[in-house]
Design a protein around this ligand. Structure first.
Ligand code: NG6
Ligand code: CA
Length: 482
């Protein structure tokens, strides 16, 4: 008998801000495919990535635990796997419930258990974490190695031209950005000016692996096709597809189908590309007759950033467009735009009430909500920071969290109408301090905002409500000690 458990598709866009969809107020260009999902399901207005950067957000989504518990921060491209593969994970949990699982897209959670030899089996990685199939960009588009990894193997690797990478010193004979700017499609800051591959200088140096190099402009087809193949092959089993986009992260090098189409330069074009990819995958679900029995969770890993290392004129060409949708801050920031992102849920067979929802939800809650949805058993201590908010995911009249932790370079707590940003006494990384266009929210003194009257976090009322500050600070300490 065919299993009637719903399929699960998690679309995880990279660096998409709250205001970056036409269904969330963007007027400069249109995202019809994502907007169609918003019309058919619930459009959340107070949903959050667990953190304001990529690795920590993904870490939490796949483990149901806060990234600070494992010091998970933005990883270099040669970092080991940051999730303990002997512990429970979201895909392992779903496998117990009978699911076939895959990840297709950007990984950025590290690979291997120390030094990675890209010419051998690269593991542990997603397969050891419970994915039956993986097709990855290993870290991000701006980091070497610029090759695809399918399960344990680099795709198209010529054994006579082995790959080596270094994040410390120059290796190989490829040109580098600092010396050969004429070869570049976009100029970049020093950090992103090492080995040039496909006209883009990257973070880190790479030697060998010529036949395996990716072409950035091909991403939309390559990743979409792999996702469609997985859906086709899995349509008779319940399946879970985790689809973390590379878009709209830097380098933004859209396919010619989208280049120049948004009127906002490569960043806007990357939004159109992401929208098209979403539509293609949703169409495949419909073609295979499984769309109605699929829950789609669509969101972004952190807030928006304009200049993230490459001169792609994101700021200059954005015109009136407000990527943060009116909220303060952006990617990296402790303020709301760091983690408040678009989130849409569709599930034709299971949705109770659709429309807008202002329920407070963190992506860390996908874990327990999906466990409930699929009937998967949880182990003692599994996903300790996750909350079952399934009723709110399927009904826009139902509330979710009372309290929610947000991770950035400090910790913040939403509680009722309050937003508390804990003091930051560390040293702001130099590259972040230099990003003057983004308010990172890091202050030595406590910050407290009353979001019911001040949703843009302009007036710090910490001095006026010391008792609230003390209470919320103690709550953060208690969550840390859990
Ligand atoms: C930063 C990079 C930035 C981006 C980010 C990761 C520098 C100066 N900046 O360290 O370009 O790659 O890491 O983005 O190297 S994330 O969305 O994957 O977290
Ligand atoms: Ca990101």
């Amino acid at each position: 008998m065919k299993d009637t458990k719903p399929n699960i598709v998690i679309f995880y866009v990279d660096d998409l801000g709250y205001g970056d969809l036409s269904s969330y107020g963007m007027t400069a260009t249109q995202t019809p495919n994502v907007d169609a999902l918003a019309k058919e399901g619930i459009r959340f207005t107070d949903a959050h990535s667990s953190a304001a950067t990529c690795t920590p957000s993904r870490y939490s989504l796949l483990t149901g635990q806060f990234a600070f518990r494992n010091d998970a921060a933005i990883l270099p491209g040669d970092a080991p796997l940051i999730i303990d593969h002997t512990k429970p994970t979201l895909p392992k949990m779903l496998k117990k419930a009978g699911y076939k699982t895959a990840v297709v897209g950007k990984w950025h959670l590290g690979l291997g258990d120390g030094f990675v030899d890209w010419n051998k089996d690269v593991k542990p990685g997603p397969l050891e974490l419970g994915f039956d199939y993986s097709f990855l960009m290993p870290a991000t588009g701006d980091r070497v190695p610029t090759v695809y990894l399918e399960n344990h193997k680099v795709v198209n690797l010529d054994p006579n031209d082995p790959i080596t990478i270094s994040y410390e010193k120059r290796i190989g004979d490829r040109p580098v950005g600092t010396e050969s700017p004429a070869l570049l499609k976009q100029t970049a800051d020093l950090q992103h000016s090492r080995t040039i591959i496909n006209g883009i200088s990257r973070i880190g140096w790479m030697a060998g692996g010529k036949a395996a190099e990716w072409v950035d402009e091909d991403f939309p087809h390559v990743f979409t096709d792999k996702a469609k193949d997985f859906i086709k092959d899995s349509k008779d089993a319940p399946f879970m597809l985790f689809f973390p986009f590379h878009d709209i992260h830097v380098p933004r090098v859209p396919n010619q189908m989208f280049a120049g189409k948004s009127g906002m330069g490569p960043r806007g074009d990357a939004i159109l590309q992401m929208d098209w990819m979403t539509g293609q995958i949703v169409d495949e679900l419909k073609k295979q007759g499984v769309y109605d029995n699929t829950i789609i969770l669509y969101s972004s890993d952190n807030g928006p950033v304009m200049d993230d290392g490459y001169a792609d004129q994101a700021e200059e060409l954005k015109g009136e467009h407000d990527p943060a949708g009116g909220f303060r801050g952006g990617k990296y920031s402790a303020y709301e735009a760091g983690t408040r992102v678009p989130m849409i849920v569709t599930y034709p067979n299971g949705m109770k009430n659709k429309g807008d929802s202002d329920a407070l939800i963190s992506h860390i809650d996908f874990y327990k909500s999906l466990a409930t949805l699929t009937g998967a058993p949880l182990e003692q201590g599994e996903a300790i920071d996750s909350l079952d908010v399934l009723p709110a995911l399927l009904d826009n009249t139902v509330d979710a969290r009372e309290e929610m932790l947000e991770e950035s370079f400090t910790l913040s707590l939403r509680s009722g109408k309050w937003k508390y940003v804990a003091p930051f006494n560390g040293t702001t990384p130099g590259w972040l301090a230099n990003k003057t266009a983004i308010e990172n929210g890091l202050r030595a003194e406590p910050q407290l905002f009353d979001l019911s009257q001040d949703v843009t976090e302009q007036i710090n009322v910490a001095a006026r409500y010391p008792d609230v500050v003390a209470k919320l600070h103690a709550r953060i300490q208690a969550i840390k000690a859990k």
